[in-house]
Design a protein around this ligand. Structure first.
Ligand SMILES: *Cc1c(COP(=O)(O)O)cnc(C)c1O
Length: 374
């Protein structure tokens, strides 16, 4: 028999301490920590559920659809959607947003082939498997960007089939960005009219509009849907994501459900109604200007980090406009301490909460280790 646990408080204290310590030291994951949503704590008292389509009335009224629509509108504008033809919703994360984009694509073109680069996030491969769409992996260039020549040659072979292209706007390791207008150009050249482009902009979507010179990625540039994560650049205590697409595309897959008195257009039924509030609060307090300042700060710290590493003789680099600094693998001890994700290389992602002071501490660790190994 499970009895009530009277030691809960001490366990919570311990957990709280552990989370705090882990959160103070990390440079390797793309998660912002500099948020304060205390104004919204009040809402944890309610069973908020955004069940159904945010743009349709529902019979369940403990929901934040109005707020959710404002979040969708903000990003639809940033991604230069047609103001009369956009749609979207707040998801559980970038992975669900990617699933949605690919789902719409497959419903439109059931006989299509998906093309994505080898630098693509694991969620995409899983989603393609779930949706049972045939796919081909395209080579990446050294900087992580799609190899357009390989894309063109591969498309050429399969030009009789509709094409779904998954482009990346900020790959997981190197924050590489595929140029949607180049992809569009290749499709045009090969006269593949039945095509769909989904842009995975999990990390870089929220600041894509501020990158100079601009890297084409959004709806106006030719993408049909764009996904972003809410807990990455913007920051949220609960993982979340956003999918933006065209309303006319969504309409093709909408089904009415009388039980909820709404349209079943989302992947999950019950949906988190708190996450839209965090995102809403963030964009309301920052506005576009604040979001831009946040990005410029990150770029500055990334450039600083890169230069400090280069001063130590370490071969560090960044993709254009990126906030991720890439360099050769460091020791296990440093990887552990700073929670650095590693593949063939290591990276530091200069999220808005990362400061030059933290970079200095990391650099100090490298110097100390170098001296110890001498
Ligand atoms: C993080 C990430 C995802 C997945 O997003 P989640 O919010 O973790 O589900 C997808 N693609 C890229 C490029 C990512 O960096």
């Amino acid at each position: 028999m499970i009895v009530p646990d009277t030691h809960q408080d001490s366990q919570i204290d311990k957990l709280s301490q552990k989370i705090k310590e882990a959160s103070d030291l990390f440079l390797g994951y793309p998660v912002s920590k500099d948020f304060n949503y205390s104004k919204l704590y009040e809402f944890l008292k309610y069973p908020i559920n955004n069940l159904g389509d945010p743009f349709e009335d529902s019979t369940y009224r403990v929901q934040t659809h109005e707020i959710e629509r404002q979040v969708v509108e903000f990003f639809a504008k940033m991604f230069r959607a047609n103001p009369k033809d956009y749609w979207g919703y707040v998801t559980n994360g970038g992975s669900e947003s990617n699933l949605y984009g690919l789902y719409v694509a497959r419903e439109l073109y059931p006989k299509a082939m998906v093309y994505f680069s080898e630098s693509t996030h694991y969620s995409v491969k899983k989603n393609i498997h779930l949706l049972n769409i045939p796919s081909i992996i395209i080579r990446s260039q050294e900087n992580g960007e799609m190899d357009y020549e390989d894309l063109e040659n591969t498309l050429q072979f399969n030009r009789h089939k509709p094409a779904i292209i998954l482009t990346n706007f900020g790959t997981t390791m190197k924050e590489a960005k595929d140029d949607v207008s180049k992809v569009k150009g290749i499709l045009k050249k090969l006269a593949i009219q039945d095509h769909y482009i989904h842009c995975d902009a999990a990390l870089s979507g929220p600041y894509g509009a501020f990158i100079e010179p601009r890297i084409p990625f959004d709806l106006k540039d030719g993408a049909d849907s764009i996904s972003i994560s809410g807990h990455k650049f913007i920051g949220s205590p609960i993982p979340s994501g956003i999918i933006i697409t065209r309303r006319s595309l969504r309409d093709r897959i909408a089904k009415g459900i009388s039980y909820i008195g709404s349209l079943d257009t989302t992947i999950t039924g019950s949906r988190n109604g708190h996450s839209p509030m965090f995102l809403w609060s963030a964009i309301k307090s920052m506005g576009e200007e604040g979001l831009k300042a946040r990005y410029l700060h990150s770029v500055e710290v990334a450039q600083y980090c890169k230069n400090e590493l280069i001063k130590l003789g370490i071969d560090a680099w960044t993709n254009k406009g990126a906030i991720t600094v890439i360099f050769p693998q460091v020791s296990e001890t440093l990887k552990e301490k700073w929670q650095l994700a590693t593949e063939d290389v290591t990276h530091i992602i200069c999220m808005p909460n990362v400061t030059k002071k933290q970079i200095d501490e990391f650099i100090k660790d490298i110097v100390q280790e170098k001296e110890a190994n001498r």
